[in-house]
Design a binder for this molecule. Structure first.
Ligand code: FES
Length: 104
């Protein structure tokens, strides 16, 4: 049976940045509020030591604050140099305004 863990409320996601860093099973995870969806990926940029929650969210992509690498949030795929590695993605469920991530 799938196990889901509550990590935040939808209202906890900053309306200014559209992102929120949470810890899920010991890993830093970034939540993203898209117009029609909530997504989650690893928070740490695979290129360096940057938190994607501090990045710039636009049109379903996140731009890393350190060297401006861009990822597609829904697929985790890198979109431009210098990033070349996919982001780990997490399954998200929202119930009664609570955001759950699937547990391993
Ligand atoms: Fe993210 Fe370099 S640390 S692009």
């Amino acid at each position: 049976m799938d196990t889901w863990k509550p990590v935040a409320l939808v209202a906890d996601i900053s309306p200014d940045t559209g992102t929120l860093r949470v810890v899920h099973e010991g890993e830093a995870v970034c939540l993203y509020k898209l117009p029609d969806d909530i997504c989650a990926t690893q928070d740490r940029c695979p290129h360096g030591n940057a938190s994607l929650a501090d990045g710039y969210l636009e049109d379903g992509t996140i731009e890393c604050p350190l060297h401006q690498g861009v990822f597609d949030i829904r697929t985790g795929k890198p979109q431009c140099p210098p990033v070349t590695t996919d982001l780990r993605r997490y399954e998200v469920r929202v119930e009664a305004d609570t955001i759950y991530l699937k547990a391993e």
